[in-house]
Design a protein around this ligand. Structure first.
Ligand code: ZN
Length: 388
């Protein structure tokens, strides 16, 4: 709530500045003051946008926004960045014009006083907003704080410029304005970059490394396949994909996932949501029919099979007990391969019956290439490697 109050106070202060500047400007007939008043009017808009952004960002997820509304803050930050960039360009444009046209600004005591008042009010606002922004990790409020500080600079440049005019150095007024406008432009571009990074889900590499370190150390985690973080400074969504060994029960997987969530939440308090995806590591066990001398036959009805566990790099040869069987050959061989934990059978020819028996045991059929079993196997491994 603190940051919402800061947004409101900022808006009210800018309304006050606008009224003072415009009234004073009309009263003493000063275009400089009226122009400054219009700037404060835009500042009200900035304050209101940030206030709205913070308010919307706090809304809980709903049906149409399952990830919540946290990016509203980045959008507010983006608009503040745009306001600053445009105001710097406007100051630059104005200054260059007055240099070219040698238009000497009139020295006005009122303008001097109002510029000073504006600088003081904006400096107080800047300090307040940046402090609250840091405390509440609100990037849009910090952007607004920087905006107020930028306005301090532009008011001071008016003050300094008018003082130079008073002493006859009229051309120093636009020069000061140009220097200040470059500083303002830098601030604006920095804020724009920050907001775009957040909108584009650019990750903080340090945080990714930290999360990976945490997840890797949770017992039961075999590998960390993916770590992603998105959101804003104060509200982050973490996505983690891990792999576990086959045979881990659903209950144990649940325990592992909860442990990961708890440790991440503990280490990074700004995390609002954690998604853990667990993949059971695949064990690929292939059966390659052969003749007993290491030559690939390409047919399910072969005297031997080479059984290779690709994940574990284990290979052995078994005799096919159903070689040449008269009846139920497909069914019997499917049973036999299943007992050896095979899930891929390599053949070049296979009947529909045998294929459906294999399928019912969870064994898929792939075509092999090569003369010797090693050739078939090495091609298969290459294929796996490129696929994984
Ligand atoms: Zn401003």
């Amino acid at each position: 709530m603190q940051e919402l109050r800061a947004g409101k106070i900022s808006a009210v202060a800018n309304v006050f500045l606008t009224i003072v500047k415009v009234f004073a400007g009309v009263f003493v007939n000063s275009t400089a003051l009226i122009a400054d008043g219009i700037h404060s009017l835009i500042d009200i808009l900035g304050s209101v946008l940030v206030w709205m952004g913070i308010k919307i960002s706090r809304k809980p997820p709903d049906e149409l926004h399952p990830y919540g509304h946290i990016k509203a803050e980045s959008l507010a930050e983006l608009s503040v960045g745009l306001i600053i960039v445009f105001s710097s360009l406007a100051i630059m444009h104005e200054a260059i014009l007055s240099l070219i046209e040698r238009s000497i600004p009139e020295f006005e005591f009122y303008a001097l006083g109002v510029a000073l008042l504006s600088a003081v009010v904006n400096e107080i606002l800047a300090r307040y907003k940046i402090r609250v922004g840091l405390e509440t990790k609100s990037s849009s409020l910090i952007a607004e704080g920087k905006h107020s500080r930028v306005d301090v600079l532009s008011s001071l440049s008016v003050f300094v410029g008018l003082t130079f005019v008073r002493f006859g150095y009229w051309w120093l007024d636009p020069i000061v304005a140009i220097v200040i406008s470059v500083l303002i432009l830098q601030t604006g571009l920095g804020i724009l970059k920050n907001s775009i990074d957040s909108l584009m889900d650019k990750v903080d590499l340090e945080m990714i490394v930290k999360i990976r370190f945490i997840v890797e150390r949770v017992e039961g985690v075999e590998g960390v396949e993916f770590v992603g973080v998105r959101g804003t400074w104060k509200a982050k969504i973490v996505e983690v994909q891990i792999s576990v060994n086959p045979g881990m029960s659903a209950e144990t997987i649940d325990v592992v996932e909860r442990e990961i969530e708890e440790r991440i939440r503990h280490a990074i308090p700004e995390v609002v949501r954690i998604v853990v995806v667990t993949k059971v590591k695949r064990q690929i066990v292939v059966a390659i029919p052969e003749d007993g001398y290491g030559f690939y036959t390409g047919e399910i009805d072969s005297p031997y099979f080479t059984i290779a566990n690709i994940s574990k790099e284990e290979t052995y040869r078994v005799e096919n007990p159903h070689y040449g069987a008269e009846r139920m050959k497909g069914f019997l061989i499917a049973e036999f391969l299943k007992d050896h934990n095979v899930n891929v059978l390599i053949v070049n020819r296979i009947g529909e019956g045998a294929r459906s028996h294999l399928k019912s045991k969870g064994i898929i059929v792939r075509f092999g290439e090569g003369e010797r079993v090693e050739d078939v196997l090495s091609l298969l491994k290459d294929h796996e490697r490129t696929r994984l």
